[in-house]
Design a protein around this ligand. Structure first.
Ligand code: ZN
Length: 134
């Protein structure tokens, strides 16, 4: 059993192909920023961490989930998106407790720590200001 309170935030990782779908990813990123108070991460045209494709991260607080995730279901424009909770167990967050919109991509399990210390949590600091309704 896991308590719901174990989830302190979420990430959505938006994957794209730098040669083919970066423009789609740019449009989606702009639309997210216009509509949701989230923390938009940097572009990674080269895979980083556990990810095996180019992506950027969208970090958001738990209260944003109920609007952002359904909005992504409708508006991801064919891009694959990994949505995972952030608890103190990164490997389970990514491999067991995640949901995927579109295709499920491979992740590098070995680089995902089993456990984080509570001091390694990074609070979400939204860097976007919604100006449009979702
Ligand atoms: Zn993540």
């Amino acid at each position: 059993m896991h308590a719901l309170a174990a989830i302190h935030s979420y990430h959505a990782h938006v994957y794209y192909d730098p040669a083919r779908t970066r423009g789609v990813a740019e449009t989606l990123r702009q639309r997210i920023g216009e509509r949701f108070g989230v923390q938009l991460g940097r572009w990674h045209d080269v895979p980083v961490g556990p990810h095996t494709a180019a992506m950027y991260q969208v970090a958001f607080d738990t209260e944003v989930f109920a609007s952002l995730v359904p909005w992504l279901m409708l508006n991801r424009e064919g891009l694959d998106v990994l949505v995972h909770p952030n608890t103190l167990a990164p490997r389970d967050d990514h491999l067991l407790h995640a949901l995927w919109l579109g295709q499920k991509l491979a992740l590098k399990e070995a680089v995902l720590p089993l456990r984080f210390g509570a001091d390694q949590e990074s609070p979400i600091e939204p860097n976007t200001t919604p100006t449009l309704a979702p």
